[in-house]
Design a protein around this ligand. Structure first.
Ligand code: ADP
Length: 292
């Protein structure tokens, strides 16, 4: 449950947002998040969603999540919850947003989702990266800009995770060397693509069904990257239908042999999982990289 401090700040924010004097708020826990605690908030006039966590442990986490949600919303391709505000209350930080009342999927939900994601990926930039760093799960995600995908993928995606894992003793020196060798081929592996606006963490748990029955994206880790990263992430834990991929391909065709690159893209989220959860994920990483 939210603390009294968060409650008071939220009441203040909602009063300003709605233009009504809100005095009372009911909160109810929402499960399902990996990292943060979350609640549904009810006032006499509306329903809202709040996520909160330790402000010291995860500095600016919700500031950058709000920025990512804003970028996705401005792209105007998929339903994105509106951010109402964010702030800190004692040791906690919080993100307050529109509550998504889950709708009933439109009949062509997956085709529509594939089409919308394809259009999102057509939003481009002159660099790979972003103006600000953000988080992937609870880990720092560096978005320092690079002109090429190869430089970005190696320096801002793989190396920070490899260093973190090695410092923790989670991976062997041999695996680090194997990665170093693998990096020589990144340029050959990935076809040239424009930097694409990515959700950045598009697994099955990070979309919902919006009130209008289309897909809503939540919990993003936005950056301009190689679009195959988002597609690969949809496959890491499964759950996206074949119509989704067919439709995506129709609206923004993937380059030849994209399926073969999915594992290479997923080395990044897998290394993130090694750092967050350890154990079995090391085997998945090793099996991809040793096969190469
Ligand atoms: P975490 O950052 O901890 O992974 P999420 O952003 O994934 O948290 O949110 C946790 C859960 O809360 C989601 O799985 C989803 O069910 C629900 N949720 C997230 N955003 C909203 C929202 N705006 N409205 C209603 N429910 C939401």
């Amino acid at each position: 449950m939210i603390s009294e401090n968060i409650k008071n700040k939220t009441i203040e924010m909602l009063s300003t947002y709605t233009g009504e004097q809100i005095t009372h708020l009911e909160s109810q826990s929402v499960g399902g998040g990996d990292i943060n605690a979350a609640c549904k908030l009810k006032t006499k006039t509306g329903v809202y969603f709040i996520k909160y966590n330790n402000a010291v442990k995860y500095p600016a986490m919700f500031v950058v999540e709000a920025m990512g949600l804003k970028l996705l919303k401005e792209a105007d391709e998929l339903f994105i919850p509106e951010v109402i505000g964010y702030g800190e209350a004692e040791n906690d930080s919080f993100l307050l947003m529109e509550f998504i009342e889950q709708g009933i999927r439109i009949t062509d939900f997956w085709q529509d989702f594939g089409n919308r994601l394809a259009h999102l990926h057509k939003h481009t930039a002159t660099y790979f990266g972003l103006d600000n760093d953000n988080y992937i799960g609870s880990l720092h995600q560096s978005n320092i800009k690079h002109d090429t995908w190869t430089a970005f993928f190696i320096n801002e995606r793989m190396l920070p995770q490899i260093k973190l894992a090695r410092n923790k003793g989670a991976i062997s020196k041999k695996l680090v060397d194997t990665f170093e060798n693998f990096f020589k081929y990144i340029d050959e592996i990935f076809p040239v693509e424009n930097p694409a606006m990515l959700h950045g963490d598009l697994w099955n748990g990070n979309y919902m069904v919006s009130p209008d029955g289309t897909a809503t994206l939540i919990d993003p880790a936005v950056y301009y990257g190689h679009r195959e990263m988002d597609i690969a992430m949809t496959q890491l834990f499964g759950g996206f239908s074949k119509e989704f991929y067919e439709s995506y391909n129709e609206h923004y065709p993937m380059q030849a042999d994209w399926r073969k690159r999915m594992d290479y893209c997923n080395l990044y989220p897998l290394m993130v999982h090694v750092n967050l959860f350890g154990g079995g994920y090391i085997n998945s990483v090793e099996s991809i990289i040793n096969k190469f």
